[in-house]
Design a protein around this ligand. Sequence first.
Ligand code: CMC
Length: 431
Amino acid sequence: MADTLTITDNRTGRRYEVPVAAGAIRALDLRQIRTAPDDPGLVSYDPGFQNTAACRSRITYVDGARGELLYRGYPIEQLAEHSTFLETAYLLLAGELPGADTLRAWTREIVHHEMLHVKVKTLMGGFHDDAHPMGIFLSTMGALATFYPDARDVFDEGSRRLQILRIVAKAPTIAACAYRHLRGLPYVDPDNTLSYTGNFLNMLFRMTEVKYQPHAVLERALDVLFILHADHEQNCSTSTMRAIGSAHADPYTALAGAAGALSGPLHGGANEAALRMLAEIGSPARVPAFLRRVKTGDVRLAGFGHRIYTVCDPRAAIIKRMADLVFAVTGTDPLLEVALELERLAGEDDYFVSRHLYPNVDFYSGLIYQAMGFPPEMFPVLFAVPRTVGWLAQWEEMLLDPEQRIARPRQVYTGAARRDYVPRDKRKQEA
Ligand code: CMC
């Protein structure tokens, strides 16, 4: 049987045959379907891009019905168990796991780029004392474009590679400075002898000690959390990165936009919202009343639900297991009981089950971050740091894809038909 789709337009009685490849028809093939010569042709209407593929990608695969997440073909569970964040970052960006020498060289290069220009720090110091760290993070990322004008040459392979190194290396430094700013503490320079996440903890939490020694369990926990957050195919912020990048803007500017999308409570801001929600509920006994409010549409369950997963998010399951390891070091957070009760009761309630509302990556991560000493405002930043890798991998893939064009969706116009301008004194008086 041919891989085609036959469409009958009942408005005209005409039949069209359009090719189907890899489970997709080309939206442009719909344009030939017209009712008259001046008809611009059929479009598909898809607010929120719920069923529109905007690219071919070889980076990340999500099977929402089976709860499967693969980076370059490797299951997330195996990477979380055996890999490190920097190795996974290399995998996502380069397509293959690195050999020992390549990983050493890649790590060395990242370490080399971790410091910030002193004027970047001055710029960060200009924010209000209580500025949200996500606002500081994305503004500073955008500002880096003015420090590295060579980034505008997006079709130069060497320039792209340099910007990728700079961004992956400087993201934790900027994030740590944003945190220190919030706390009114002096910024801490990177320590090149520590791992990527060990150094991040150093830049965040070092006080007067000569050498900061990260706790091995917390360092590994953060590394695993970073692996889990590194990419998630065409989500809102990644699509933003691709859309801004499709205009050939430099990667710092595109990434500032992507981080802006991530900051929203429906996306990466959900971890902060989830922790605040658990605190508002306060105790397991108050969960049923809160769920009743959710069911009347009064509030949403932060950290629940997903556009793609119809079963539990595989990242949430890994995070839940990791929480036990972290709590063994830091002590248990009483809000864990609230979270477990919420998950249990929602899992027994047809309202949530029928809508496929299960915990997502943002439900338990906040509890771990809080136990590690982060204030809720930092949670979206902790999502953004590792996601820089996914954004950059997807940005480069988009730039090198000859099929890609500037992002420019269509619309279905529902406004006024053409009409003539009415002089001000001839308009109807306002009531
Ligand atoms: N709490 C209560 N009801 C919900 C929720 C929720 N968290 N999520 C979806 N629903 C309901 C929604 O009201 C709708 O019900 P009905 O059919 O009766 O109108 C139905 O489920 C479908 O919801 P939707 O808004 O059409 O689903 P969507 O695919 O557009 O939205 C989502 C996906 C993640 C934005 C949404 O589930 C949500 O708002 N979740 C809370 C925020 C959150 O946790 N975001 C993090 C997502 S995972 C990490 C990331 O990518 O950032």
